[in-house]
Design a protein around this ligand. Structure first.
Ligand code: GLU
Length: 474
C-alpha cells in the first residue's frame, strides 16, 4: 500500500493565516495517524505577492503549534526542492510533454483580446471563459505564449472527496486553464499537481475554497496518465455571522494569537474542534488524543464558526492546568514577563491564574502586585465607599492605623482585624472592603481581600492607604 504522505502548500505572501494552521493540523494528524509523512511545500510562484520573511514565519508558526513537518525547504527530504521557484524546469518540461501529447496548447492571445472576449460573454449573460481560439488555430510563433490545458469539450469529471463524497463537474463548465505563464512560471494548478505527484502525496487535504480547482487537477492527472491522490476539502472557517473568515471580523494571522498570549495547545485544541469532533463530544483533548481518534467521517462539512469566546474559555482552562513554574516559564518565553522577574511572578500566579484567559492579561491582573504604585481616582473611591470624602478618608486612616502594628501579616490575621474594624465602625462590609480594595489595588476585582493584602505586602498596603487618604484630604 502507498505510504501516507500529506502536505500543506502555503504561498509566502505574508504572516501565516490561521487557515494555514488549520490545514496543517488536519494534514499532520492524518499523516501521524497513518504513520506517514507531513510535508511543507512553499508555493512561491506568484512573485508579485512574494514576501521574503513569510517562509520563516510559516516554519516558526508550525513549530510553535507542534506541527513540525517531516520534509520542508529547511529540513530537506527525498522529494526536494520544496520551494516551487526552485523547480521551474520541472514544470516547463512537463508542460512541453503535455503539448506533445496534444493535451495542452500554446496560446498567444493578448490581455486586450481576452478582456474583450470576456466583456462580450458577460454582455450575452454567459460565464466568462477563454473562447479556445488558439486551440483551433495554433499560433505560429511559440515565443511569449502561455500554455493552456485542453479540457475535454463534453462529459463530466467526477472525484471522490473523503469528507463530501462524490463530486461532479460538467466539463463544458471548466475553462481551458493556463498551466504555464509566458514568463515560464507555472500557475498554481500545474505546479500543485506536478509536485503532489512527484512528492508522492497520497492525500490532498486542503480548504474548501480549492474544491472548484480539483476537477482541473483531476483532468491534469489524467492528461499526464498519473494516478490521483485522494482528496479531502476541509470546511471553510466562518466569522460569527457565518461569512467566510475575514480579517475585518476576526484576526486571521497566527502571530496575532501568539502575541495575545494564547497557548499553542489551546489554539490547536480549538482548531481541531472546527468541524471535527471527538467521540462523545469531548471538548478538551491533546493532539495525541486527536491523532488516536481521527477519521474523516467525524468531519462535518458545514462551516464551523470561529468563536473567540470559546477560544478564550479553552485558553483559560489550559492556563489553569499549568503548574505555576510552567506558567511562569511560558510568560517569560513568550515575552510577557522579563526573565529576571520569573520568581516574583511565580509568587503572584496563584492569585491571578483563575482569572487569566490569555497570557497578555497577566500584566494588568498582577499590576498591583508588581508595581510600586497604583492609580486611583478620588471620585471613584467616594462612589465606591458611598460616604462623604471626609468620612472615607477618616475610615481609611483608621484602617491604616490599625493595620500598622500588625506583625503577623497573614490573610487570617488581616481578615480578623478588618472584620473587627467593620463591626466597630458599623460600615457596610461590602462598601468598606471595596474601598480598601480599590485604594490598595486600583481595581474593583481582586481575589479575597485578606489574600490580596497579604500578597501586596504590608509596607505597600500602608503606603497606598496613606496615599489614598492624602488624595482625599487635598
Ligand atoms: N498555495 C495554496 C494555498 O495557499 C495551496 C492550496 C492547496 O493546498 O492545494 O493555500
Amino acid at each position: 500500500m502507498q505510504k501516507v504522505r500529506t502536505r500543506i502548500a502555503p504561498s509566502p505572501t505574508g504572516s501565516p493565516h490561521i487557515g494555514t494552521a488549520y490545514a496543517a493540523l488536519f494534514n499532520y494528524v492524518f499523516a501521524k495517524k497513518n504513520k506517514g509523512d507531513f510535508i511543507l511545500r512553499i508555493e512561491d510562484t506568484d512573485r508579485t505577492r512574494f514576501v521574503e520573511t513569510s517562509e520563516k514565519e510559516i516554519t516558526e508558526a508550525l513549530s510553535w503549534l507542534g506541527l513540525e513537518a517531516d520534509e520542508s525547504p529547511e529540513k530537506g527530504g527525498k522529494s526536494g526542492p520544496y520551494r516551487q521557484s526552485e523547480r521551474l524546469e520541472i514544470y516547463q518540461k512537463l508542460a512541453a510533454e503535455l503539448i506533445t501529447k496534444d493535451q495542452a496548447y500554446y496560446c498567444d492571445c493578448s490581455a486586450e483580446r481576452l478582456a474583450k472576449v470576456r466583456e462580450e460573454q458577460q454582455a450575452r449573460g454567459e460565464v466568462p471563459r477563454y473562447d479556445r481560439k488558439c486551440r483551433e488555430e495554433p499560433p505560429k510563433n511559440k515565443e511569449n505564449c502561455v500554455v493552456r490545458l485542453a479540457i475535454p469539450l463534453n462529459g463530466e469529471t467526477t472525484f471522490f472527496d473523503e469528507i463530501r463524497g462524490e463530486i461532479k463537474f460538467q466539463n463544458k463548465d471548466i475553462d481551458d486553464q493556463v498551466l504555464l505563464k509566458s514568463d515560464g512560471f507555472p500557475t498554481y494548478h500545474l505546479a500543485s499537481v506536478v509536485d503532489d505527484h512527484l512528492m508522492e502525496i497520497s492525500h490532498v487535504i486542503r480548504a474548501e475554497e480549492w474544491l472548484s480547482s480539483t476537477p482541473k487537477h483531476v483532468l491534469l492527472y489524467d492528461s499526464f496518465g498519473w494516478e490521483k491522490p485522494k482528496f479531502a476539502h476541509l470546511p471553510l472557517l466562518r466569522n460569527l455571522d457565518k461569512s467566510k473568515i475575514s480579517k475585518r471580523k476576526n484576526p486571521v494571522a497566527v502571530s496575532f494569537y501568539r502575541e495575545q498570549g494564547y497557548l499553542a495547545e489551546a489554539l490547536v485544541n480549538f482548531l481541531s474542534l472546527m468541524g471535527w469532533s471527538m467521540p462523545e463530544d469531548k471538548e478538551i483533548f491533546t493532539l495525541k488524543e486527536m491523532i488516536e481518534e481521527f477519521t474523516f467521517a467525524r468531519i462535518d462539512p458545514a462551516g464551523p464558526v470561529f468563536d473567540l469566546v470559546k477560544l478564550d474559555w479553552l485558553n483559560g482552562h489550559y492556563i489553569r492546568e499549568l503548574s505555576d513554574e510552567n506558567l511562569a516559564d511560558r510568560l517569560v518565553n513568550e515575552g510577557f514577563v522579563e526573565k529576571t522577574k520569573k520568581e516574583e511572578t511565580k509568587r503572584y500566579l496563584p492569585l491571578v491564574k483563575e482569572r487569566m484567559k490569555k497570557l497578555s492579561e497577566f500584566e494588568s491582573l498582577a499590576a498591583y502586585y508588581l508595581n510600586d504604585e497604583v492609580d486611583i481616582q478620588t471620585e471613584e473611591l467616594i462612589k465606591i465607599s458611598d460616604h462623604s470624602k471626609e468620612e472615607t478618608s477618616e475610615i481609611l486612616e483608621k484602617i491604616r492605623q490599625s493595620l500598622a502594628p500588625l506583625e503577623d501579616w497573614t490573610q487570617e490575621s488581616i481578615e480578623e482585624l478588618l472584620n473587627k474594624e467593620q463591626t466597630e465602625t458599623g460600615w457596610d462590609k461590602t462598601k468598606l472592603f471595596q474601598s480598601i480594595r480599590y485604594s490598595v489595588s486600583g481595581t474593583k476585582t481582586t481575589p479575597p481581600l485578606g489574600e490580596t493584602l497579604e500578597a501586596i505586602g504590608k509596607n505597600r498596603v500602608l503606603t497606598r492607604l496613606e496615599v489614598a487618604v492624602k488624595k482625599l484630604t487635598q
